[in-house]
Design a protein around this ligand. Structure first.
Ligand code: HEC
Length: 186
């Protein structure tokens, strides 16, 4: 009798495990497909062009892959910007992560899932809303150039979700990007 009861218990546990594996595995597979699609979109969307800083390498500037997509490096202190005029009216920093123009000075954001300085606390809907509306999360101000949100807003929602899934799957990098500065008074 005792044997029968424990056999029943074991078979219940087994069927529970099989059931949960059945439930969990497809969701996991869907997640990894989204991450893969996200990786592709981040690559063709050239996010690293602006969100991954340059460093000086042996043969000239090269992308600093150790920083991932962590945006403008917090330790880089920039000198005064070049004088802009009607012909040359915007410029970028040597790091490739800070930009100045008629909109002020913008710094490429930290897109790694660090909770304090990156997108670690963003919900998927925050990400989609920001890229579709061009409003900085919290809707406090517009997302500024040269961030190409207008092109990304045209992506189908599943692709935006895939980009978000990929970004969330990256290693978090603590990097406090400086706050945007409005244009200096003329
Ligand atoms: C040409 C440069 C450039 C490229 C390419 C670029 N970004 Fe950005 N991105 C920026 C800059 C600069 C900011 C900061 C804008 C600001 O402060 O308003 C930014 C900000 C962001 C933000 C934060 C928006 C917010 O709410 O504050 C997200 C998310 C983002 N980029 C995602 C991406 C993704 C994903 C890609 C690739 C598909 C990408 N960016 C490609 C320059 C770029």
């Amino acid at each position: 009798m005792k044997f029968v009861r424990s056999a029943v218990r074991v078979s219940r546990i087994l069927s529970f495990l099989t059931l949960s594996a059945g439930l969990v595995l497809p969701a996991f597979a869907a997640d990894s497909a989204a991450v893969k699609r996200g990786e592709f979109l981040v690559s063709v969307g050239s996010c690293a062009d602006c969100h991954m800083p340059f460093k000086m390498g042996a043969t000239g500037p090269e992308k600093d892959t150790t920083r991932g997509l962590s945006g403008h490096p917090q330790a880089v202190r920039l000198g005064p910007p070049p004088k802009l005029d009607a012909d040359w009216n915007w410029a970028g920093s040597a790091s490739g992560t800070a930009f100045i123009g008629p909109w002020g000075t913008s710094y490429a954001a930290n897109l790694t899932p660090d909770k304090e300085t990156g997108i670690g606390n963003w919900k998927e809907r925050d990400f989609i809303r920001a890229l579709q509306s061009g409003q900085h999360v919290g809707a406090t101000r517009p997302i500024l150039p040269p961030m190409p949100w207008q092109s990304l807003a045209r992506l189908p929602v599943p692709d935006l979700k895939a980009i978000f899934a990929y970004l969330k799957a990256q290693a978090p990098v603590y990097n406090q990007v400086p706050a945007y500065q409005p244009p200096a008074a003329p």
